[in-house]
Design a protein around this ligand. Sequence first.
Ligand SMILES: Cc1ncc(COP(=O)(O)O)c(C=O)c1O
Length: 217
Amino acid sequence: MVQKELPVKKECERKQGSGNSENFSLADFFAFKGPTLEARMQGFSDYHKLESDAGRVQYGRCIASQPGPVVDIEKPNGQTQTLYMFGSNDYLGFTHNPEIKQAVNKVVDAYGVGMGGPPLLNGTHKLHKRLEAKLAEIKQAEDCLLFSSGFQANVGWATALLRSKDVVLYDELSHASLFDGLRLSKTTEKIKAYGFDTMTSKTLNACSSNMANQKVV
Ligand SMILES: Cc1ncc(COP(=O)(O)O)c(C=O)c1O
């Protein structure tokens, strides 16, 4: 049986009525329980439909133009709306940089659009190796490892490098992907959460007496 009158449903309706769903958390929809996948999705489906019908699509919003500071949104009713984009992290405008576009086109012409398989089985392309070497040089680091997304990087390093009794100091406001990485990692000791401003040498020293194996900040 689907629980119809959960608080989250009322909250959905309240937010929908207020016309502001920006602060709504997807995690709220875990409150919808049921024996089937459809039942568990019901809360989100209802919410999404209400929002879409009102022209306020927050999830899966369809961008119909080039990504940039101003974008055309295709609304569910087929109309187009031009909006300012404040969520981008293309700070340097690389997506439209003519030199980068030309270089990408050249590489696609020469090598195609994918590796056709994972590095573990197929190997890593020399272009990736060159990029890693260049990035390491710019960052003055020993080496560099490319991941195709920030999420993969955070899950990758944490699961590969952390062991039991390691202590990780991280900012509580770190990106959600770091929390996923730490949850999947082998770290069984308490992971301490501090804001960076409270991460003093006293804190770090306290960790060493906490049987810390490795300290990662
Ligand atoms: C600090 C930080 N870490 C990780 C991520 C996740 O990156 P991605 O969306 O490429 O998985 C983001 C995304 O904005 C980020 O800002």
